[in-house]
Design a protein around this ligand. Structure first.
Ligand code: FAD
Length: 628
C-alpha cells in the first residue's frame, strides 16, 4: 500500500485547506492521547466528530512520550509476565499512604474497572498492540505495589496513515546512561517502516479516528466555549486571526493538555514557572481558562507530574528549547545531587515524580525553591562506566559537563558552596562504602535499584562492567548494522496487527532479562564520589505536565462548583483534574488516565441527552463506524 493510495473518511489539515463544518456532534479540543481517544470512541458510537488542534501537528506531549500506560490488572500475557496483580491489590496500592481519604473513590473505581477494557478497545479498533513489561510501581515497597502494570506500545506501521503521517512527529531519540530494558537494540531503527513509543500510540489512534470519519483541524486553537440555555454547545476556533464557530450538538471534550508552558498559570498555581520545559510548547492551560469562564469547578491545581529536566545546548523541538527528562542517571553509583549549598536534599534514586516534587519545594522562611536548580556531581568512575545521555563511557567530555580535578574547584566553577560540597561528600562516602545511606535511604526500595548498575548474570565479569566503553561502542555498531533489518521486520510485524502473537514472542524473553534486575543489591546505586576528575551537570525542576483542571465525574463530565454536571462539557487527560490527583502510580500513570477518561468522555458525549438532543440529530450519512 503506498501512502498516497490510503483514503480515509475523515480529513486532516489546516482550515485554509480543509474548511471547517459549522456543526458536528462532538468537538474535541486537543489531539494528544486523551483527545484522540475521545474522538475515536465518539466516532465508534456513531457521532460526527471534529478534533481541533492548536499546533501544526497532532499528538501533544503524548507524541513525544514513551507512550506507556499504567493499567493495573491489565491481564495481558499473564503467563509470560508472571506477576501478581488484581483489583484488590491495586486498590490497596492506590489508596495507601492515606490516599484513600483524599481521592474520589468513584473515579478510582472507574479507572480500575475500565482500564483493562480501554486497553483492549484500543487494540480492537486500531492497528496497534500493547507490550506489558516488568517495571516496578513508583511506590514499589508499599502494600499492593506490583512490577507488572506498565504497558508499552508495540510497533506501529505508519503506512495506514498515508498522507496524514506528515501531521505526526515520528519520534525523538534520547540516549540514557543505562536501562534494564535492552532499548539499545532499537538504536538503529528508522521511522519509515515503523514507529514506536508515543508516536506509535498517536499514529494508531489518529489512523483509526480518520478511518471512522473523524475530522481533524490543525493550527486551529479553541479560544472560547459557546453556550446556550441547555449548556455548552460548541467552541470558537481561531484560524489566521479569524474566529469560526463550530457548534457541537452533543458535547465538547476538553483534552488540551496541561498548563506547564504558561508562565502566568504556573506562577498562580505552582508558585513559579518551570526553569526548563520537557514537554512541547503550546500547553497554555486553555482548559482551565475555558472552564473558569463558565463556572466549572477546578481540582488538583497545586500539583504536576514532576520531572527533573536537563537542557542540553541547542536541543530544541519546533523552535523551542526542549530539555531531556532525567530518569535513571541519578540512581547510578558514584554520584550525588546537591543544591547551591552543596547539600544533598533527597534520595537521588527516587522516581521522577517524587524527586521532581522535592526539587520544587518552597522554603517557608525565604519563599524560594532552594533545590529547583541542582547539580548531579559524579566522579571519574561514574564517567568511565556509564557516560551520560548516550555519550560513550569515558568518551570525549561534552561541553555541557563541568569538570575539575578537585571537588572545591568544581564547586567554585558551578557556583556551589565548596565547603558544603566537601562536607556532603565526606559524610556520604564512608556510609556508602558500608552499603547504606542513613541520610536519605537511597537504594532501599525496589524502584531505587531498578536503574542501578547491576549485571545479574555475569556480575563483574559482564562485558558492560569490564569494558564499558567498548561494549557501548559495539552495541552502537550492532544497532546501526541491524537497524534496517529490525525496522523492516518490526514494520512487517506491525502491519500484521497481531498483538497476541507479538506478546507471545516478546514478553517472556523480556521478562526473563529484567526479572533478575529486581534482585539488585543496594550497591547497584551506592558508590563513593572519590576518583578525580569530578564532573557536574546542571539539572532543573520541571514537569511532564500539570495535574489540575476542571473537576469531572466518573463519566468524564465537567462539574460545576455545586458538583453538578455542566451539560455538554467534558474533560480528560491533563486538561481535566486528574482522578488520582498528583499520585503517579507507575510508568504510564498519566497517559492511562487520559486514555481511560478520554474514552469515557467520548462515549458519554456521543450519547449525551443532557443537552436535550437526540441521536437522530447526527445527520451525516456515511459516518457509520468501521473497524480498523
Ligand atoms: C518526554 C516525555 C515522556 C513521557 N512519557 C510518558 C509515558 O511514557 N507515560 C505516561 O503516562 N506519561 C508520559 N509523559 C507524560 C504524558 O506525555 C502526558 O501527561 C500526556 O501525554 C498528556 O496527554 P493529553 O492527551 O492530556 O495531552 P497532550 O498529549 O499534551 O495533548 C494536548 C493537545 O492539546 C493541544 N492544545 C493545547 N491548547 C489548545 C487549544 N487552545 N486548542 C486546541 N488544541 C490545543 C496541544 O497542542 C496538544 O496537542 C511523558 C512526557 C514527556 C514530556
Amino acid at each position: 500500500m503506498t501512502s498516497s493510495s490510503v483514503k480515509h473518511r475523515g480529513s486532516i489539515g489546516p482550515m485554509a485547506q480543509e474548511g471547517i463544518p459549522g456543526e458536528v456532534d462532538v468537538v474535541v479540543v486537543g489531539s494528544g492521547g486523551a483527545g484522540l481517544m475521545a474522538a475515536l470512541t465518539a466516532a465508534k458510537e456513531g457521532a460526527r466528530v471534529m478534533v481541533v488542534e492548536s499546533r501544526e501537528i497532532v499528538g501533544g506531549a503524548t507524541g513525544i512520550s514513551a507512550g506507556a500506560a499504567w493499567i493495573p490488572n491489565h491481564g495481558f500475557a499473564p503467563d509470560e509476565l508472571n506477576v501478581d496483580d488484581d483489583l484488590d491489590q491495586a486498590r490497596r496500592y492506590i489508596y495507601g499512604q492515606g490516599r484513600g481519604e483524599v481521592l474520589d473513590h468513584a473515579l478510582v473505581e472507574q479507572f480500575l474497572q475500565t482500564g483493562p477494557e480501554v486497553a483492549r478497545f484500543i487494540e480492537e479498533h486500531t492497528a496497534f498492540g500493547w507490550i506489558p513489561t516488568i517495571w516496578p510501581d513508583y511506590r514499589s515497597d508499599i502494600d499492593g505495589a506490583s512490577v507488572g502494570r506498565a504497558l508499552f506500545p508495540g510497533p506501529y506501521s505508519p503506512a495506514g496513515l498515508g498522507e496524514a503521517a506528515k501531521y505526526v512527529r515520528p519520534a525523538l531519540t534520547t540516549g540514557m546512561a543505562k536501562n534494564p530494558l535492552p532499548f539499545w537494540l532499537l538504536g538503529g531503527i528508522g521511522v519509515k517502516d515503523v514507529w514506536l513509543a508515543g508516536p506509535a500510540l498517536v499514529g494508531a489512534l489518529l489512523e483509526a479516528g480518520l478511518r471512522n470519519g473523524v475530522d481533524v483541524r490543525v493550527e486551529a486553537p479553541a479560544v472560547r466555549l459557546l453556550t446556550d440555555d441547555a449548556g455548552v454547545c460548541g467552541v470558537v476556533v481561531r484560524a489566521e486571526g479569524v474566529d469560526h464557530e463550530v457548534r457541537a450538538r452533543r458535547g465538547v471534550v476538553l483534552a488540551s493538555g496541561g498548563f506547564e508552558s504558561s508562565e502566568e498559570k504556573t506562577t498562580t498555581y505552582l508558585d513559579a514557572p518551570f526553569g526548563v520545559q520537557v514537554s512541547p510548547k503550546g500547553h497554555d492551560g486553555i482548559a482551565v481558562q475555558l472552564a473558569q469562564e463558565i463556572g466549572a469547578d477546578l481540582t488538583g491545581m497545586e500539583d504536576a507530574w514532576w520531572m527533573p529536566g536537563v537542557q542540553l545546548p541547542g536541543e530544541e523541538l519546533e523552535g523551542h528549547p526542549l530539555s531531556r527528562v532525567f530518569l535513571g542517571e541519578r540512581a547510578l553509583p558514584h554520584s550525588i545531587m546537591v543544591n547551591v549549598d552543596g547539600e544533598r536534599f533527597a534520595n537521588e534514586a527516587l522516581p521522577y515524580d517524587q524527586f521532581g516534587q522535592i526539587m520544587r519545594e518552597v522554603d517557608p522562611q525565604t519563599g524560594s525553591m532552594p533545590n529547583a536548580t541542582a547539580w548531579l556531581v559524579f566522579d571519574h568512575t561514574y564517567w568511565a562506566n556509564f557516560g551520560i545521555f548516550g555519550v560513550t563511557p569515558g568518551g570525549e567530555v561534552p561541553d555541557y559537563l563541568h569538570r575539575a580535578n578537585t571537588l572545591e574547584e568544581l564547586a567554585t566553577q558551578i557556583g556551589v558552596d565548596p565547603d558544603g560540597l566537601l562536607r556532603t561528600v565526606e559524610r556520604f562516602n564512608p556510609e556508602v562504602r558500608r552499603g547504606r545511606d542513613p541520610q536519605f535511604h537511597r537504594g532501599e526500595t525496589l524502584f531505587d535499584r531498578y536503574f542501578g548498575d547491576f549485571h545479574p548474570r555475569l556480575g563483574k565479569y559482564s562485558p558492560d562492567a569490564m569494558f564499558p566503553a567498548a561494549t557501548a561502542k559495539a552495541r552502537a555498531l550492532v544497532a546501526a548494522a541491524i537497524g534496517p533489518l529490525v525496522s523492516r521486520l518490526a514494520g512487517r510485524v506491525a502491519r500484521a496487527d497481531a498483538p497476541e502473537r507479538v506478546r507471545s514472542l516478546v514478553v517472556g524473553p523480556l521478562a526473563k532479562i529484567i526479572r533478575p534486575v529486581l534482585k539488585s543489591p543496594r550497591s547497584s546505586v551506592l558508590g563513593p564520589v572519590e576518583n578525580a576528575p569530578f564532573y557536574a551537570l546542571e539539572v532543573e525542576a520541571s514537569a511532564l505536565g500539570t495535574v489540575g483542571g476542571p473537576r469531572t465525574d466518573a463519566l468524564g463530565r465537567a462539574l460545576d462548583t455545586h458538583g453538578k454536571p455542566i451539560p455538554g462539557l467534558y474533560a480528560a487527560g491533563n486538561a481535566g483534574g486528574a482522578p488520582t490527583k498528583g499520585f503517579y502510580g507507575g510508568a504510564g500513570g498519566t497517559i492511562s488516565l487520559g486514555l481511560v477518561f478520554g474514552h469515557l468522555a467520548g462515549r458519554e458525549a456521543a450519547h449525551d441527552a443532557a443537552r436535550g438532543v437526540v441521536r437522530a440529530a447526527a445527520d451525516d450519512a456515511g459516518r457509520e463506524p468501521v473497524d480498523a
